[in-house]
Design a protein around this ligand. Structure first.
Ligand SMILES: [Fe+2]
Ligand SMILES: [Fe+2]
Length: 212
């Protein structure tokens, strides 16, 4: 059985099959044996093994509060969603698809390996956002979704500017969608997306202005 989404660690989270003292025991033993912790992301469900919790999920860009120790991991449940909530998720999916394709095209066209790394990194984040929303909506293949794709500008500076614009458009939609739902799990998902897209915006702002 799933749980309601709750990123406030320790509050409202019931760990299936393990109580807190068992979890503390496991974590203590790990530390004593110097075994890196395994963390898992509530948004994209990917695992990351590291000596300390990273600031962000390396797969989807969700920030640290969405990463749980594997011992504490649980699956959230959304419950039933209204037509308006579903419609906002459909718009979210369209944004994530078009932004993922945009970065994919940018990645494919560049021969600069450093710049390619940024596009790849953001393309992967958007891809995991897309997959998460597809899961919620029960969409199997994103290519079946009718999306108007963005035109890729010809040089990097224009791509950076366009990237900031599309990230800001996504953020502003997610803020609106977050404000009009009272489903706490959806609120958390939109907050994670807003945080990740904001992080992308900061990166592009840096790229656009560096050396100046
Ligand atoms: Fe993630
Ligand atoms: Fe995204």
């Amino acid at each position: 059985m799933g749980k309601n989404f709750n990123t406030q660690q320790g509050e409202g989270i019931i760990i299936e099959g393990k109580n807190m003292s068992e979890i503390k025991e496991i974590q203590k033993e790990r530390m004593e044996k110097n075994v890196p912790e395994l963390y898992r992301c509530l948004i994209c469900a990917h695992e990351v093994s590291a000596p300390a919790k990273p600031n962000r999920c390396p797969f989807c860009g969700a920030n640290i509060e969405y990463l749980l120790n594997a011992t504490e991991y649980y699956q959230y449940e959304l419950g039933s969603l209204s037509d308006d909530e579903l419609e906002d998720l459909e718009t979210t999916l369209e944004l994530e698809i078009s932004n993922a394709v945009f970065y994919q095209e940018a990645e494919d066209m560049t021969e600069d390996l450093e710049i390619e790394s940024y596009y790849r990194y953001f393309r992967r984040h958007e891809g995991y956002h897309r997959d998460e929303i597809m899961d919620i909506l029960g969409v199997d293949d994103w290519e079946t979704v009718d999306v108007e794709l963005l035109e890729l500008p010809g040089d990097h500076e224009d791509i950076f500017e366009k990237s900031i614009e599309i990230e800001q458009q996504a953020i502003s939609f997610y803020i609106t969608a977050r404000n009009r739902t009272d489903n706490e799990t959806l609120v958390s998902i939109y907050s994670a997306l807003i945080g990740a897209e904001g992080y992308h915006t900061e990166f592009f702002d840096y790229l656009l202005n560096r050396g100046q």
